[in-house]
Design a binder for this molecule. Structure first.
Ligand code: ADP
Ligand code: ADP
Length: 226
């Protein structure tokens, strides 16, 4: 098991956002979290990436507890998150944005190799290297955000609403690339409000409702439940 959440409870002040979330992700899977706005999907992701610390429960990554680790340490351990809204650096060029994703590594030849891998997945980024991130279209910014996360060589890539605000045709292209990333060995955990879309592209899913998991099954079974 790559990732395991055990009975996670996370608060915002006195408000209990997660009321006991247990889930797991195996190496090589695409797993989705679906559920209505406010269900706790983003809070779950932020608890995994160390932005939030739960008041109860544990997060195990490769069998080791990371629940008290800093976000930087969690990135170094191999978990990269693409936040909701992409959060690229608008004034930096595409290439500089990508290089920021490799800030923890010094070996330039290695970084160059990783850049080539990202260009292979997203050829459009190679054509835009010297453009400022903020001048890209929404879909291109999402690709840049994913590319930047991949520069950290994650074992687990976490995506918060990759389809948000994008045209269906662009979303389809991005999800095809997400599948390719998974096929090449990176495990994926993603959050989507668009449940149908998420289930189409993932192996398994968890349904969240007001801070609890109410269903967990294969994507195929959950689709028939919809
Ligand atoms: P989702 O990602 O499923 O839309 P969230 O994880 O963003 O849900 O939110 C879960 C619950 O926590 C919601 O009730 C939301 O209003 C609340 N919440 C989220 N962020 C904060 C915050 N910064 N302060 C207080 N409550 C928050
Ligand atoms: P999501 O799409 O994940 O549900 P939201 O649109 O609910 O995100 O929230 C956007 C931002 O507002 C997030 O940073 C979230 O933490 C924050 N937020 C959400 N609900 C609340 C709340 N009740 N009080 C304060 N901040 C909140």
């Amino acid at each position: 098991m790559l990732l395991e959440l055990k009975n996670i409870k996370t608060n915002y002040g006195n408000i209990r956002a997660l009321k006991g979330i247990s889930l797991n992700v195996d190496q090589g899977e695409i797993v989705c979290l679906i559920g209505a706005n406010g269900a706790g999907k983003s809070t779950t992701l932020m608890t995994i990436s160390g932005v939030l610390t739960p008041i109860e429960g544990d997060v195990l990554y490769q069998g080791r507890s990371i629940v008290d680790d800093t976000p930087d340490k969690i990135v170094q351990a191999g978990i990269s998150q693409v936040p909701e809204g992409r959060m690229i650096f608008p004034l930096l060029t595409v290439k500089e944005n990508l290089e920021m994703g490799a800030y923890l590594r010094k070996d330039k030849a290695e970084v160059q190799k990783d850049l080539e891998r990202v260009y292979g997945l997203f050829p459009i980024l190679k054509q835009r290297l010297k453009q400022q991130g903020g001048t890209l279209s929404g879909g291109e910014q999402q690709m840049l955000a994913i590319g930047r996360a991949l520069m950290g060589r994650p074992k687990l890539l976490i995506l918060d609403e990759p389809s948000l605000g994008l045209a269906p045709i662009v979303v389809g292209a991005i999800f095809e690339i997400i599948k390719t990333i998974a096929e090449r060995g990176t495990t994926i955990l993603l959050v989507e409000q668009n449940a149908q879309l998420a289930l189409e592209f993932s192996d398994r899913g968890y349904v969240l409702e007001t801070g609890l998991i109410t269903l967990a099954d294969s994507s195929q079974a959950l689709s028939q439940n919809e």
